[in-house]
Design a protein around this ligand. Structure first.
Ligand code: T4K
Length: 404
């Protein structure tokens, strides 16, 4: 018998909530052994042995000279921005997590929002060109969903216009860019190792670079600017990664091949189980590039699909599937940017339309192929019963769309 959707009064398909971003664990026993070694050594933070080991392994993996590990990617972005002496205006995509913009604004630098190329959902280099003013000091490209943005074009703009270029690679650990593992483009690239990321260190981030001077400067800046016991030579902050985070990071790094395999299997399962659903498309990956398959991203074209993205989110949440609307509504529609730059949306046509279409679905170690099939069948069923679903949503049978 066909099940009844929860939004229509049926029992939710999942008893407990299925999250986007449930952390992956790696080998629990190995992690616990590392934890014991931290307790035994009584060295908990401040450039400890596990942080150094983690940095060496990340640098080797990314094929770069230096990795400077930090407490999270937001602080890593802030420190990299400061070390590069960016000021005035910096061009970034609006279609990114708010941290990319805030890392600038926090330092009273204006993020100037560029539109995306809809085919890649990444920043449009042509738009960057048009936004350059005498106040522009740099560009931060973002590799959205681990698919590298056009680093060559952006670096060329940087060279021609005298601008510094760096990349927010928060999603892109283990991904490749024109056949090379992400990490070596621009002045530096920034990874996130947040609990919800492909490689996790509970909280954590890192800047990777081939620039010796920049790396040395960032190392000082993450530790208050201390050069020696009593000698401070820069304005610094506390951006240090702890030993327990590094222990998790190393354990997670040791597991990446199996994590990619799990993610890939879920991706393929979504691909086959969502196939043929009208108005729904799964974001594709270039078969010639490596991806970590950490994000399952679908676009809902409301011109064709019987339900729009927000309606589908309502359906999924009622089933305990906490699908996410990343990066809705775009940074330019969030404060303080919405108030400071009220006309920014005028040039962000593709960003606005994409932000209203994208839906991110659960995956990772804690999501089975059976779960994936269940999620896909909910979507299929919701589209088949679109009229009833819409009227249930409009009658407020469940949480209102505004609260999602
Ligand atoms: N640049 C880009 C492009 C980014 O995407 C991000 C972060 C950054 C920079 C900054 O990196 P960090 O400073 O965070 O290192 C999440 C993450 O918190 C954030 O790291 C990530 N991007 C963003 C895309 O997603 P939220 O606020 O939407 O998710 P949150 O924290 O509510 O977690 C999502 C779900 O994961 C929850 O519903 C429950 C589950 N979860 C989460 C945590 C923390 C767990 O099951 N266990 C957990 O421990 O931002």
């Amino acid at each position: 018998m066909m099940r009844k959707l929860a939004i229509l009064g049926g029992t939710p398909a999942f008893e407990t909530k299925l999250h986007v971003g449930r952390p992956n664990l790696g080998d629990r026993e190995v992690f616990l052994e590392r934890t014991k070694s931290i307790l035994d050594s009584r060295w908990f933070t401040n450039d400890g042995p596990l942080v150094r080991e983690f940095e060496a392994k990340i640098a080797a993996h990314a094929g770069v000279k230096h990795c400077v590990a930090m407490c999270n990617a937001t602080v890593a972005l802030e420190i990299a921005i400061r070390a590069l002496e960016l000021k005035g205006e910096v061009i970034i995509p609006s279609y990114t997590f708010i941290a990319t913009a805030h890392a600038l604004q926090w330092q009273e630098i204006t993020p100037v929002f560029a539109d995306m190329e809809p085919s890649s959902q990444n920043i449009d280099p042509g738009c960057i060109e048009r936004l350059i003013t005498p106040r522009t000091s740099g560009i931060i490209g973002v590799h959205v969903w681990g698919r590298a943005c056009d680093t060559d074009a952006i670096e060329e703009i940087g060279r021609n216009r005298g601008l510094k270029v760096m990349f927010d690679a928060a999603h892109a650990f283990g991904c490749s860019n024109k056949g090379r593992i992400v990490g070596g483009a621009g002045a530096c690239e920034v990874f996130s190792f947040h609990a919800t990321k492909f490689l996790n260190s509970f909280e954590g981030g890192a800047v990777v670079t081939n620039d010796d001077t920049l790396a040395a400067k960032m190392r000082l800046m993450r530790n208050f600017g201390f050069k020696d016991f009593d000698e401070v030579i820069y304005t610094g902050t506390n951006g240090k990664m702890t030993e327990i985070c590094a222990a998790m990071g190393i354990t997670s790094l040791e597991a990446i091949d199996q994590l990619i395999a799990v993610n890939r299997k879920n991706y393929e399962c979504y691909r086959s189980s969502l196939e043929g659903i009208l108005g729904l498309s799964l974001v594709q990956h270039n078969p010639n590039e490596r991806n970590n398959y950490h994000y399952i991203v679908v676009e809902i074209d409301s011109e064709v699909a019987p339900l729009n993205r927000d309606e589908l989110v309502g359906v999924l949440h009622a089933e305990n599937v906490l699908a996410r609307k990343y990066f809705w509504p775009g940074c330019h529609r969030m404060e303080p940017y919405r108030s400071l730059q009220p006309n920014a949306h005028l040039i962000l046509t593709h960003t606005e339309s994409m932000a209203a279409r994208v839906l991110v679905l659960p995956t990772g170690e804690s999501v089975s192929n059976e779960d994936v099939e269940k999620v896909s069948s909910i979507i299929r069923l919701a589209f088949q019963h679109a009229c009833a679903v819409r009227s249930a949503l409009n009658n407020g049978c469940n949480s209102t769309l505004e609260s999602l």
